[in-house]
Design a protein around this ligand. Structure first.
Ligand code: ZN
Length: 351
């Protein structure tokens, strides 16, 4: 992981967006850096925020929190992609014993500073309760690969060091926000909060610090994982493996069969088909040859957020089926095939 922060580009963005506060322009810049890396967030995932003083219509100064709108892509975010909220009333919610999801949604709506702005991210209370000016949040793969282990707490403490608070999973909302803010209260020197099966938050008083802490902590997890898995090669392809040409033609045939199996009729009676894409990255080939490939495909995604983009489970075929019998079987037995692999057609159609 390498920081892509370029002070000149940061300055250019501040000049380009001269009609908005520079704090927000810098928020746009580092949000795009995070959103541009799919190992940190998938499209629409993750969120970032900034706090600063702003005047209301009466000329009164108050603290405002700008947070990414729900579902907006960090990689291409514009200033309008952030929602401004009055910070003080949100902070007061910390004193409530509990807050239902519906009431939290209501509170977020009534404290927006512009009624027409989009809905804020559901993780807004965590951003509100922590005092830092800039907060960055991702569902980084390297972090999740550690949070999803049996000994997640010990592994993360060892990988990330003493300035990262490691918290158990809780759904976004009042309770998680309060636990994170208590972790900061106990140890004000922390630079990051990790939530098991969810992701990581980093923070700082300026945009660069919060972003570079994200790169630093995710980089620590990456280095830790690589050092521990270096010698573990899934499997070596045997000498009798098919040639690349044979594989390409077999995969092309398989593609057609899968498209046929997943084809469906639209309400107007038209036959609709999916596009398929073959990916042959070294890591994917290695994982597909692993003895644990089948269980990897059915073990589910690392964090609920990934379900939106990748769906939860994947079909595993132990081999490319032979041309005649195997491929026809896939198309003919499509319902059985899909059910057996626990993938509902609804889920496929919604993809
Ligand atoms: Zn999240």
């Amino acid at each position: 992981m390498k920081s892509l922060f370029d002070p000149q580009e940061a300055q250019n963005i501040v000049s380009r967006y001269s009609s908005i506060p520079p704090e927000l322009a810098l928020r746009v810049y580092t949000s795009r850096l995070i959103g541009g890396d799919a190992s940190l967030v998938l499209h629409g995932g993750g969120n970032t925020s900034v706090k600063f003083q702003a005047r209301n219509i009466l000329g009164e100064e108050r603290e405002v929190l700008y947070i990414k709108g729900s579902g907006i892509d960090l990689g291409a975010i514009e200033p309008e992609g952030f929602v401004g909220l009055e910070l003080e009333p949100l902070r007061k919610l910390k004193g409530l014993p509990k807050l239902s999801h519906e009431e939290m949604e209501n509170q977020l709506q009534i404290h927006k500073i512009r009624s027409s702005s989009t809905d804020p991210s559901v993780e807004v209370l965590l951003h509100a309760f922590l005092p830092h000016r800039y907060i960055d949040h991702t569902h980084a793969d390297f972090i999740l690969a550690l949070t999803n282990q049996k000994k997640w707490k010990e592994l993360l403490e060892e990988a990330l060091g003493p300035k990262a608070a490691i918290l158990a999973y809780e759904p976004p909302g009042l309770s998680l926000a309060r636990v994170a803010s208590e972790a900061f209260g106990t140890n004000p020197g922390i630079e990051a909060v990790v939530v098991a099966q969810h992701g990581i938050f980093t923070f700082g008083e300026d945009a660069r610090t919060a972003y570079e802490r994200m790169i630093d902590y995710v980089g620590r997890a990456e280095a830790f994982l690589k050092a521990r898995t270096r010698k573990r090669i899934f499997v070596n392809p045997s000498a009798g493996s098919p040639s690349q040409k044979e594989l390409i033609s077999a995969v092309a045939r398989l593609n057609q069969a899968v498209r046929g199996a997943c084809a469906f009729r639209s309400p107007g009676g038209l036959l609709r088909r999916f596009h398929t894409e073959v990916r042959t990255g070294d890591d994917l080939i290695e994982a597909s040859l692993s003895p644990t490939a089948a269980s990897l495909c059915s073990s589910g995604v690392l964090t609920p957020d990934h379900v939106i983009r990748t769906k939860n489970k994947w079909v595993f075929l132990p081999e490319i089926p032979p041309e005649d019998s195997g491929l026809k079987k896939i198309v003919k037995e499509k319902e059985v095939w899909l059910k057996k692999l626990r993938i509902g057609t609804g889920e496929l159609l919604n993809n």
